[in-house]
Design a protein around this ligand. Sequence first.
Ligand code: SIN
Length: 347
Amino acid sequence: MNIKIFIVAAMILISQSVFSASSRPHIVILATGGTIAGTAESNTQTTGYKSGAIGVQTLINAVTEINTIARIDGQQISNIGSENMTSDIILKLSQQVNALLASNDVDGVVITHGTDTLDETAYFLNLTVKSDKPVVFTAAMRPATAISADGPMNLLEAVTVAADPNAKGRGVMVVLNDRIGSARFITKTNSTTMDTFKAPEEGYLGIIVGGKPQFENRVEKTHTLRSVFDVRNLKKLPTVVIIYGYQDDPEYMFDAAISHHVDGIVYAGTGAGSVSVRSEAGIKKAEKAGIIVVRASRTGNGIVSSDKELPGLVSNSLNPAKARILLMTALSQNKKPVLIQNYFNTY
Ligand code: SIN
């Protein structure tokens, strides 16, 4: 080949590959641990394995197809089972996501997480990320070493959603098992099955069909860019505990919370947030000590609405775990009960 033709052809090839690399969205994968990064001793073991065992680069290398969808970078935030997730780590995660999305060079973020408390972290980011760029959580129910591990396909679909222009402005999303859920509503509903993430009352935001996201719904609740919560410079989240309601539930659980100087309590009441006489006395004692108490429902579904006969604020449709996340976030900004109740009605 003539040397001039060779040089021109080489320049065209290089410019095409540079162009196609920069035309793909830039997605950063933040890994926190969980079963998606879990390993077991055999490929049939799907319980009793070690979660949070492999690192972010190994997760990325296992799904080379994601590189055809986006320019991928990975960062390790933690590598733990999500039962050990802490408010310090979720605060750091939110701050890192905010920093990444503030850059013109980043188009979206995917977060890998254990399924057990994924809905709590995802809802915290739904309240505190100051961007309309896609933030997508994903996870797995089977460890990476299992036959038919669900992690690789979930990661591929999460990146596909994060890279999709239609995913902007929908709040933080949760992608597993071909479904796209809203962090506000979705929760883990089954301890072992793959179709565990559901929002029984509100349904999904969409579905992934043939490798393409198809969005069907938007959430009405306030999130991300429209949220008033700003934790970008916060050092520590307030302490909020959950006290569970049941027959014979003792008042002394509230005494323990008061003596530990908690900032807030969520009472996971029975039915529509009803309270035993013992816990009612406990709630009144806690409120007297300056602690904000929110009544939620241990049923996990439905609305808990205000009742002038009962003490405490109410969680509206948030389950107790997510009510705890909103109360921590709210208390980091102000301590006025009327304002906090308003947050529970709108977020
Ligand atoms: C965890 O939440 O870290 C363990 C369970 C899982 O990821 O499925």
